[in-house]
Design a binder for this molecule. Sequence first.
Ligand SMILES: Cc1cc2nc3c(=O)[nH]c(=O)nc-3n(C[C@H](O)[C@H](O)[C@H](O)COP(=O)(O)OP(=O)(O)OC[C@H]3O[C@@H](n4cnc5c(N)ncnc54)[C@H](O)[C@@H]3O)c2cc1C
Length: 286
Amino acid sequence: MIPAQFDYLAPTTVEEALAALAQHGDEAKILAGGQSLLPVLRMRLNAPEMVIDLGRIPSLRGIRDDGDAVVVGAMTPHTVVGSDLLVAEHAALVSKAIEHLADAQIRHRGTFGGALAHADPAGDLGAPTLALGAQFVVQGPGGTRTVPAEEFFVDLFETAIGEDEILTEVRLPKHTGWGAHYEKFVRVAHQWPIVAVAAAVRVEGGTIAEARIGLTNMGSTPLRARAVEEALAGQPATEDAVRAAAAHAAEGTNPPSDLNGDADYRRHLATVLTRRAVLTAAGAGG
Ligand SMILES: Cc1cc2nc3c(=O)[nH]c(=O)nc-3n(C[C@H](O)[C@H](O)[C@H](O)COP(=O)(O)OP(=O)(O)OC[C@H]3O[C@@H](n4cnc5c(N)ncnc54)[C@H](O)[C@@H]3O)c2cc1C
């Protein structure tokens, strides 16, 4: 289908983009990589009067080292983030998740910030950024604010980004030396997960000192598997100990039921995938 007619603006600074957003209000839509927005426009699920393309704003692209964090510009394509050495060294969980995100074409066009702003509960970047305690930098007419991951994901396709704001960058706290693994369960290759688990684990002398675990598609937003994290702390990185802790993976979740599986099936998947993800992250096999 062909989208409804819209006007198009391609500003070269964030300030210009914000001015256009302020002028057009809820008649405007931000365009990043277009991998989610363009299908929505083509199906006429949304018909904005103005599309503001962030693709010509250089300050929104790139990855930099900022002390205790690796900072990823919102318009940085998945493929760049996924192959970046800083991200691989200090936030490996994100690199691992991007290996499994869609296909090469979509990873080339789709952006890190666009996927997170889209907030699809089945999106592959929510769980790893939540697990790592990412900070989301959002700019609006009143200036810049930083939103912790715990507050960023509000509901299904809803984030803390205001209508007059733009996500400019994501700060990934360094987890240098942590083991990481993203375990994604799909029915069809290159698709969104039925369930996925993001696990980052710090192992000291064979013992799990700390674990951070995010769940994908186990509710309307990405979730932390806090009960598993608590159960893992201080346990040996062995199959039996990890299996016992992973049994708590579905606690506090509210998974959907759909054609790919009902809620009980997803709860079961969460325990199996958590065991595999933690064991692999801990270097104990899966
Ligand atoms: C066939 C297919 C398979 C896919 N498979 C997967 C998958 O397996 N896993 C996965 O995680 N994703 C998957 N995706 C989605 C992909 O990750 C997209 O890149 C992502 O959802 C949207 O990113 P984008 O840069 O294209 O954003 P766009 O589509 O341009 O924008 C998405 C939404 O976010 C808003 N937005 C974008 N950037 C900003 C910003 N900086 N500030 C404020 N609002 C903003 C837009 O207004 C829009 O509402 C798939 C997509 C397709 C088409």
